[in-house]
Design a protein around this ligand. Structure first.
Ligand SMILES: O=C(O)CCC(=O)C(=O)O
Length: 278
């Protein structure tokens, strides 16, 4: 089993590990998503406290919606435990070893009937900044996503371009945003890639998807009446990264420290919050 998805990841730049978390665990995680969603709605605007960030946007029809929470694990025990769960280590260690830091800890929602919840095609490498803090990026970093809801094309599933991990860093327009941008085949055609080769990931709750830093991916619209919640954790070989929080030191899980470390929020020390962010 291990060999099958490790091989698949190396060959195609992504893989799916089925049935990692059971129904009770997913129900608990889903409950934490719901509590955090309510917390974001109560803020009514985007809100930051150190590395923790609630991205709240205004939807014309629905009013305030929560699109994403970054680093909820500093204050949510369930999510904190899952980020360093031995099963997550079992998935990523065959690819990047047992000494790992974490640079992404993120919840995504696609609320039904929200006008725009898509992610345009992109490579995660564009967000791994400052670049000199990330060494040997292509071989050192793995992103994972735990499906909380049935994850299908109709509710905005992740779509990947198999084999794109071998293309290196694609020279996208640097000003191009990723979040709240349409998943558009034209972006692939512009790059000389064939949209017919994309694969939409179908996941059951509790399945884990993983992809690489150069794997082209995005996700479409939610046209259903259910949400599409996705718990993302991104890991990196510790010695190849100056940023992030420890996840495992030689397989030993590391709880998050009281004092957050520098990850992606550059003003962590000068402007830690708590504060609303426009
Ligand atoms: O939640 C999603 O569908 C997309 C996630 C993604 O593309 C990313 O985090 O890079």
């Amino acid at each position: 089993m291990t060999e099958r998805w490790v091989e698949h990841y190396h060959e195609h730049g992504y893989a799916i590990v089925p049935g990692v978390f059971d129904a009770n665990e997913i129900a608990d995680i889903a409950h934490q998503f719901d509590l955090l969603y309510q917390q974001g709605i109560a803020y009514g605007r985007s809100f930051r406290d150190h590395n923790s960030f609630f991205a709240v946007t205004d939807d014309a029809a629905l009013g305030a919606i929560v699109r994403m929470v970054q680093w909820p694990s500093y204050f949510n025990a369930t999510l904190e435990r899952i980020r360093r769960d031995p099963r997550m280590l079992g998935i990523v260690a065959p690819l990047i070893g047992p000494d790992l830091k974490q640079i992404i800890n993120q919840l995504h929602w696609k609320p039904p009937r929200a006008a725009m919840t898509e992610f345009g095609f992109h490579q995660d490498s564009r967000s791994r900044r400052p670049r000199d803090a990330f060494r040997d990026l292509a071989a050192s970093y793995v992103q994972t996503g735990i499906a909380i809801d049935p994850h299908r094309a109709e509710n905005g599933a992740m779509t990947v371009y198999p084999g794109s991990h071998r293309l290196g860093e694609i020279p996208f327009d640097a000003s191009r945003r990723t979040r709240n941008v349409e998943l558009n085949d034209r972006d692939l055609e512009t790059l000389g890639l064939d949209p017919a080769k994309t694969v939409t990931l179908t996941l059951a709750p509790g399945d884990v998807a993983l992809w690489g830093v150069h794997t082209l991916h995005g996700s479409g619209a939610n046209t259903t009446e259910i949400d599409r919640r996705f718990y993302l954790n991104g890991y990196v070989i510790a010695e190849n990264c100056d940023r992030g929080e420890w996840a495992w030191r030689n397989t030993t899980p590391c709880p998050l420290p009281d004092e957050p470390s520098l990850v992606h929020y550059e003003a962590l020390y000068e402007a830690p919050g708590p504060m609303y962010v426009d």
